[in-house]
Design a protein around this ligand. Structure first.
Ligand code: XMP
Length: 555
């Protein structure tokens, strides 16, 4: 797959419709948005800085801290001290990472953190960096320790262990070992292979050789919670209610009397972003909902109903289905479909926005994973792609300033905020849906007739998955209309109909996914109903490939 195709497929936020279009728009216009607003950071209440050494688990540390109702940000290890200081953190966590401290040029924490007198929790590589920088010794282990280990506490009175039994199961994943603790440190716990599995000093600096942030350390969250509350003295101010109050104040402060537009896609991110902005400035916000004719059955009606009737927002509804279908005539290449849909979206959006007169701001549902800068090569690349996605050039002509009220939130936090804002559960828990919609779930040309067939099949898949109460457990569930036709028999007649594929996957973030082990009877009902209720389809297959090597979508 080429880089180009890849760039359309990196999706940390489920609501990537608009950003995908923006990227395409940027290619078209070659211009930039005005500088984005400096939204007041939620750290104003209390926060923790996580120094990121590039571990695959760094995001997980951040999520665990947030789950404990403490705000935190991931900061690259080589960021200047001022960046950390600006957060006014109550404590610091040093993440794991792939390096070895004794190698030349190994990443280290900014030395000023050790003079700051702030509590520090070093995790795995973070512990080794702390040990190395404070005068202890780290060396390669004889073999890599990977997997479950039993942690025995030698100091049960440590605040880190409050409420925990004297031994616990923990997850190890390290090659190097601490062979000598820094001066002033003592052992708080050990495992069979790691005599210094937990260390600490009287200045509230701690090191953990294992990973408390992963689910394989079942009581890891208690250790993190203890560090935050018992060591750093946090109060737990990071709640949806506080976030909403602070965001509303910040948006009012920034927008003042200005006007804001927001493209709604029906997805949760843009819905939550728009609702927050609407709560802050009411009718100064106008939303634009473009029906591209590639949505699922009743989708546009339901979204409009929610935003107009329940939330009483100003929504411009542009039904441009015919224009989109015209652009897709004869198009079979998936990337061409994406481009055509994107170009049309921009045209329709610009046309509708121009009718509104002078607009000053554009609100978008960019999420924290989209903006995190990290130290690992992959996440840096992903961040670049997402930045590219999210600050593209669509409204460059209008010189709008971006408002991204969700730029500090993880997906699960967006959902919590959505619920606290009173958005319907259906919308808050909606599975991701791609911007080019059903067009990339039809192999071959997306015609009006084929879209109707796919809508019928998609409706049944959703209906049966929801009836079986599986919807929330699955990342995505959908039907694909293939270009394969096969022979079947119905009654006394021979048929020659379409093959529909059903895809259901579990995933955390769409970067990897596994096919869902749906119960046979659910699959049977789906198949039975599709061939009986959707004219033109006589065969149903279930996709049993994971990502990688497949992708979630078929195109
Ligand atoms: P893949 O198929 O790459 O999909 O495994 C990963 C996630 O991205 C979504 N997706 C898209 N979303 N425009 C979008 O807005 C697109 O062109 C697009 N392609 C894939 C897909 O539904 C899944 O959630």
């Amino acid at each position: 797959m080429s880089d180009k195709v890849d760039s359309h497929r990196v999706a940390t936020s489920d609501d990537v419709e608009v950003s995908t279009y923006l990227e395409i728009a940027k290619e078209l216009h070659g211009e930039q948005l005005a500088a984005e607003l400096d939204v007041i950071s939620p750290a104003a209440r209390e926060s923790i800085a996580i120094i990121d050494f590039g571990s695959q688990y760094s995001h997980l540390i951040a999520r665990r801290v947030r789950e404990c109702h403490v705000y935190c940000e991931l900061i690259p290890y080589d960021a200047p001290w001022e960046r950390i200081a600006s957060l006014q953190p109550r404590g610091l966590i040093l993440s794991g990472g792939p390096a070895s401290v004794y190698q030349r040029g190994a990443p280290l924490a900014p030395v000023r953190i050790y003079d700051s007198h702030l509590p520090i929790l070093g995790i795995c590589y973070g512990m080794q960096a702390l040990t190395h920088q404070l005068g202890g010794q780290v060396a390669p282990g004889t073999k890599r320790e990977y997997g479950q280990a039993v942690l025995h506490m030698s100091d049960e009175d440590s605040p880190l262990f409050s409420g925990l039994p004297p031994s616990l199961s923990v997850w190890m994943s390290h090659g190097d070992l601490i062979v000598e603790m820094p001066p002033g440190f003592k052992t708080l716990a050990y495992t069979e292979n790691s005599p210094f599995a937990v260390i600490g000093n009287s200045n509230n600096a701690f090191g953990l050789q294992f990973h408390p942030e992963v689910i394989h350390t079942p009581q890891g969250k208690t250790i993190i919670h203890n560090f935050l509350y018992r060591v750093c003295g946090c109060q737990g101010t990071w709640t949806p209610g506080n976030f909403i109050t602070d965001s509303i104040n910040a948006i009012r402060e920034q927008v003042k009397g200005g006007r804001v537009i927001c493209a709604l896609s029906g997805g949760v991110d843009s819905a939550v972003a728009a609702t927050l902005v609407h709560k802050a400035i009411g009718d100064q916000l106008t939303c634009i909902f473009v029906n591209n004719g590639l949505l699922r059955r009743e989708e546009a009606e339901r979204a409009l109903n929610t935003f107009r009737k329940n939330l009483r927002m100003n929504v411009v509804y542009a039904n441009a289905s015919a224009r989109f279908l015209k652009q897709l005539k004869g198009v079979t290449d998936p990337e061409m479909k994406r481009r055509r849909v994107g170009e049309q979206f921009i045209k329709v959006f610009e046309y509708e926005a121009a009718k509104l007169g002078r607009i000053h701001f554009l609100a978008q549902g960019t999420l924290y994973p989209d903006v995190i800068e990290s130290t690992s090569k992959e996440t840096k690349a992903a961040a670049r792609i997402k930045t590219h996605h999210n600050v593209g050039g669509l409204p460059s002509k209008m010189s709008l300033t971006l408002i991204e009220p969700l730029r500090y939130l993880f997906k699960d936090e967006v959902r919590e905020v959505g619920l606290a804002l009173g958005l319907p559960e259906d919308m808050v828990w909606r599975q991701p849906f791609p911007g080019p919609g059903l067009a990339i779930r039809i192999i071959g040309e997306a015609t009006k007739e084929r879209l109707e067939i796919l809508r019928g099949a998609d409706w049944i898949v959703m209906n049966e998955i929801k009836k079986a109460k599986l919807y929330h457990q699955l990342w995505q569930t959908f039907a694909i209309l293939t270009d394969v036709r096969s022979v079947g028999v119905m009654g006394d007649y021979r048929t020659y109909g379409y093959l529909v594929a059903v895809r259901a996957v579990t995933s955390q973030d769409a970067m990897t996914a596994d096919w869902a082990r749906l119960p046979y009877d659910v699959l049977a009902r789906i198949s039975n109903r599709i061939v009986n209720e959707v004219p033109g389809v006589n065969r149903v297959v279930y996709d049993i490939t994971s990502k990688p090597p497949s992708t979630i979508e078929w195109e």
